[in-house]
Design a protein around this ligand. Structure first.
Ligand code: NI
Ligand code: MN
Length: 248
């Protein structure tokens, strides 16, 4: 973890307030992102080795925390090797945390609606409408409730929707005031572009980054067309090529 100055005092209150600094978001393809906050590097939904869209040279990626939305292989595949190599703590739902804890990783279990303060900021798990299993298709292990992830750090709120259908309660998540939302648009396994446009109306983020598309033919999408339609509805979409970074 890097030790940059990141807390300032709110005049008169005596309580430290988070200093508003930029959060750096790097897209690693599919639903995998590296989030660099002032105090820690967070790897969300680690999927690198078998990810056809992962940029080259990320095999030795370094992070302090790994945050996981749900159990599916395309969101967890590299969690254990990265956790073992970096000594990173895995933050996920209770069942996923227990699964990786039993395999030797440092973990912190949460469940939807619950949040916890970490040295870099707060992580809350939110609802997602999806499934969450892992392992042998003939004998899959069920790994708790699928989740979205709300990260509050450096005065910014970042929402990673995980894999999900659109749902009306996204309005409640939007009440946090989202500086950025990472939304699946691939269809088939998650919401597609039409429903992602509905989600934008519920979430009202300042900027949206599409994810979970073009990894395989079954989730091929025209992200530029989605961005154009979102702009027509008053929403800003930033398309990140795998390997590209964006300051929130
Ligand atoms: Ni999934
Ligand atoms: Mn997925």
């Amino acid at each position: 973890m890097r030790s940059r100055r990141r807390m300032s005092r709110t005049r008169g209150s005596g309580w430290p307030a988070p200093e508003v600094t930029a959060m750096r978001l790097k897209y690693l393809g599919h639903s995998c992102f590296l989030v660099e906050t002032a105090r820690a590097r967070l790897l969300i939904d680690p999927f690198l080795r078998d990810n056809p869209r992962a940029p080259a040279g990320e095999a030795n990626i370094a992070c302090d925390y790994i945050v996981i939305s749900h159990g599916h292989d395309d969101h967890t595949a590299d969690a254990l090797p990265v956790a073992q190599r970096c000594g990173a703590t895995i933050i996920a739902n209770f069942e996923i945390a227990e699964y990786f804890s039993a395999r030797g990783a440092k973990t912190h279990g949460l469940n939807p609606g619950g949040s916890c303060e970490f040295p870099f900021g707060r992580v809350k798990l939110t609802l997602a409408h999806h499934s969450s299993s892992l392992g042998d298709p003939l004998n899959p292990i069920y790994l708790g409730a699928p989740c979205g992830i709300l990260i509050s750090a450096d005065g910014k709120n970042l929402y990673h929707a995980g894999d999900t259908a659109v749902f009306l309660d996204m309005q409640l998540i939007g009440r946090a005031g989202l500086d950025a939302a990472l939304l699946p648009i691939g269809d088939n396994f998650t919401m597609g572009p039409d429903d992602a446009l509905l989600a934008l109306d519920f979430l009202r983020p300042r900027v949206t980054v599409p994810m979970h598309y073009d990894t395989w033919p079954v989730i091929a999408q025209d992200a530029a067309a989605f961005a154009t339609r979102a702009a027509q509805a008053g929403h800003r979409v930033e398309i990140l090529a795998p390997g590209a970074s964006f300051m929130i």
